[in-house]
Structures are given as structure tokens and as C-alpha cells.
Design a protein. Structure first.
Length: 338
């Protein structure tokens, strides 16, 4: 009986130990499973919260390549803008050198001329007619042409006037301040002969003249005062250096108009400044033929140059034979402008 009790006690002890280890194993297993599950849940939650695009590892070569691509694209766009601007400026410059393709405003044609024709225009006299003169005929039935001479006066201005009188033509002279002071007698002869005298700046420099609205007005005012001292004519008829396009901004145009000035451009460029020989006459004739359906008078740009004078009779002869009447610009003449 004692032996059985001792044996049972040992067996019971072993069973208890085995059960203890079994429960311990189950507990440990459940603990680690729960730990793993908790870790996975935390990682999932973390990934959910920080679900942002992952920055890829970019090599230095790729960065340089992308940067250069952007730079080239920007340079391409800038070049396109510059090309567009250059093309626009070239078109505007060409307008100042070739016949104006737009239908210009037709001038009102007075029958007489006096020395007060260059006075500031009234609002009425400066208004453009509502309809162009399709036939571009004067009261005498002849076609009208305005010959304009820039950059004078010159020591040979009297010879130009002599040729004009020979063909019974009148012209308009746009003169530079310094030349007015050098050749005052030429100016006086122009006025005496019934030509129109006008203004053409002091500096004849694009950089200086077009610098600001103030410089434009200052040069015109000085030019006008000099002309008045030399000739006694207070002229407001003027032409800007190299024509109004593209440098005369709307602001400048408004300023000169408000100060009484009448700005003139042209619709035929003789290119005498370029050819410097007889070819300028052929250039004018070709342009006149191209403008045979043009509405309104022709305004021809010429310069007081010896080469221009040398071939002026040929031009005047052509115009005379083809029924043109050479008129001086008046204050009531609606200006041709670019």
C-alpha cells in the first residue's frame, strides 16, 4: 500500500510537469503569433498613413540630361519669340521702304498756296475725308503726286528748285536743323518759289530722337523755331527720321498731334539713298505702275543728294508725260502715314 502511494505520487508529479510544459508551450506559441499579428497590423497601418510615392533613385547623369533638355526647350522658345519679333520689325521696316499696300487717306486738295499753309491745323482741317479720291485727280483733271525731299537744305537746293520750275512742279522739303543754319539762303528760295518747308528733326538719330516723348517734342520744337528764324514760316508739317515705323509709338503720335504737328510718311520710296544713280528713277516708275489701282495721291520719298539731282529731270519728265501734277503738301492735306 505504501509502495503504490509512492508510485502514484511520482506519476502524478510527472503528469503535472508534462501538463505544465504543454500549457507553457501553448502560451508561448500564442504570444508570438499575437506579436506577429500585431506587428503586421502596425506595419500595414504605417504604410497606409505614409502611402506616398516612393522617390526613385535618380542618377546624376539623368539629372543633367533632364536639366539640359529643359534648357534647350527654353532656348528654343526664346528663339521663336525673338524670330517672331524680328520678323515683325522687318515687316514694319519694309513698310517704310516699299509702297504702302494699305489704302491711304486721300488728301483734301486746296487750289491755292500761301506761306501760312504750314500753320497748326484746326481739328476740321486735320480731319480725314470719309471717302478716298478714287480718281486721284486734281481740279485740272491731272493725277496728283507729292514729291518730298528729306535731309536738306543743301548747297545745290537751288538747282533742284530750278528743275521743279522747269516742269512746273512743286515739292515739299523736310529739313534738318543744322542744315537750316548752314544754308539759310536755300530755305528762303524754297519759300519764295512756293515750295512747302517742313521739319525733319535736329539729330536725325533714331537713338536720340525716339528716346522718349520728350525728346521727340524737343527736337521738333527746336527744328520749328530754327526754321521760323531762318524763313519766317512757322511750319508744323514734319517727317520723323527714317519714317514713323516702327519707332513712333502711339504715345509719341498722340503727343505730336496734340502739339499741332502734322506727321507725314510716304507710299513710294525712290531708294535714291540706296541706288545713288539712275536706278532710283526706274524704282519709282516700277512702283507707280504697281500702284495703278491705288486710291489717292502718290507721295514719293527723295533726298537732297547730288545723285538724286543728276537724274531728277528723267523722273519729272516721266511724271509730266503721264499726266501727273506735282503739288506741295498743305496744312489741309490729309497726311499719308504708315
Amino acid at each position: 500500500m505504501g509502495n503504490l502511494k509512492s508510485s502514484w505520487s511520482k506519476g502524478t508529479l510527472i503528469a503535472v510537469i508534462v501538463v505544465t510544459f504543454l500549457f507553457a508551450g501553448i502560451f508561448v506559441s500564442n504570444y508570438f503569433n499575437a506579436k506577429a499579428a500585431s506587428g503586421e497590423s502596425n506595419n500595414h497601418q504605417k504604410n497606409k498613413v505614409t502611402n506616398l510615392p516612393v522617390k526613385q533613385n535618380v542618377s546624376p547623369e539623368t539629372i543633367v540630361r533632364n536639366t539640359n533638355g529643359l534648357k534647350l526647350e527654353k532656348e528654343k522658345m526664346q528663339k521663336q519669340q525673338e524670330d517672331a519679333l524680328h520678323q515683325k520689325n522687318e515687316q514694319e521696316r519694309e513698310i517704310s521702304k516699299v509702297p504702302n499696300k494699305r489704302t491711304p487717306v486721300t488728301a483734301a486738295q486746296p487750289t491755292t498756296k500761301d506761306n501760312t499753309s504750314s500753320q497748326p491745323p484746326s481739328k476740321k482741317s486735320n480731319a480725314a475725308p470719309t471717302k478716298p479720291n478714287i480718281t486721284q485727280l486734281s481740279e485740272s483733271g491731272k493725277k496728283i503726286v507729292y514729291l518730298t525731299f528729306d535731309d536738306g537744305p543743301a548747297p545745290f537746293s537751288n538747282q533742284i528748285i530750278k528743275q521743279l520750275e522747269k516742269y512746273q512742279f512743286k515739292a515739299t522739303f523736310f529739313m534738318i536743323d543744322g542744315n537750316l543754319k548752314r544754308y539759310p539762303e536755300s530755305v528762303k528760295l524754297m519759300v519764295k518759289s512756293g515750295e512747302t518747308v517742313g521739319l525733319h528733326s535736329v539729330s536725325h538719330s533714331q537713338k536720340k530722337f525716339y528716346k522718349s516723348k520728350k525728346t521727340v517734342l524737343n527736337e521738333l520744337n527746336q527744328n520749328r523755331n530754327t526754321l521760323m528764324k531762318v524763313s519766317g514760316v512757322n511750319s508744323f508739317i514734319m517727317r520723323t527720321p527714317y519714317g514713323s515705323a516702327p519707332n513712333m509709338t502711339n504715345e509719341y503720335k498722340k503727343a505730336v498731334k496734340e502739339n499741332g504737328y502734322i506727321m507725314w510718311d510716304w507710299n513710294i520710296d525712290s531708294k535714291d539713298w540706296y541706288y545713288k544713280d539712275k536706278r532710283y528713277v526706274n524704282s519709282v516708275i516700277d512702283q507707280i505702275k504697281q500702284m495703278k489701282h491705288h486710291n489717292g495721291p502718290l507721295v514719293i520719298l527723295l533726298h537732297e543728294r547730288k545723285e538724286t539731282l543728276a537724274h531728277l529731270p528723267e523722273l519729272l519728265d516721266y511724271l509730266k508725260k503721264h499726266g501727273y501734277e506735282g503739288r506741295p503738301i498743305e496744312k489741309t492735306t490729309a497726311p499719308i502715314q504708315f
